[in-house]
Design a protein around this ligand. Structure first.
Ligand SMILES: [Zn+2]
Length: 99
């Protein structure tokens, strides 16, 4: 996958290590986006600026373009004033992708 990972203050505050994830719909297995996850821990939200490549439509909601399953809601992560999607528990599957 030819995606360059971003290096900025957000990456730094999360300890420096980042991975690229292929994010898929839990229900139908459709690929939704490639996402840069900074730091360790669970994927609870997806920051808009970290979505490297998107295949589904994004609006106020994050939904699967194939089956319509709602995956998350758009909001602002207050601590950093950063637009993101809050993911519903168990709504997506992810896999680490080599960059
Ligand atoms: Zn789906």
């Amino acid at each position: 996958m030819k995606i360059k990972l971003k290096r900025d203050k957000f990456k730094k505050t999360r300890g420096g290590s980042s991975r690229l994830l292929a994010v898929k719909c839990e229900k139908c297995d459709e690929l939704l986006c490639y996402y840069q996850k900074d730091g360790s821990g669970l994927l609870k939200r997806m920051y808009i600026d970290r979505i490297a490549k998107i295949y589904t439509d994004i609006d106020k909601k994050l939904a699967c373009h194939k089956c319509g399953h709602i995956l998350g809601m758009r909001y602002i992560y207050e601590k950093e004033k950063r637009p993101a999607f809050k993911l519903f528990k168990g709504s997506v599957k992810k896999k680490i992708v080599k960059t």
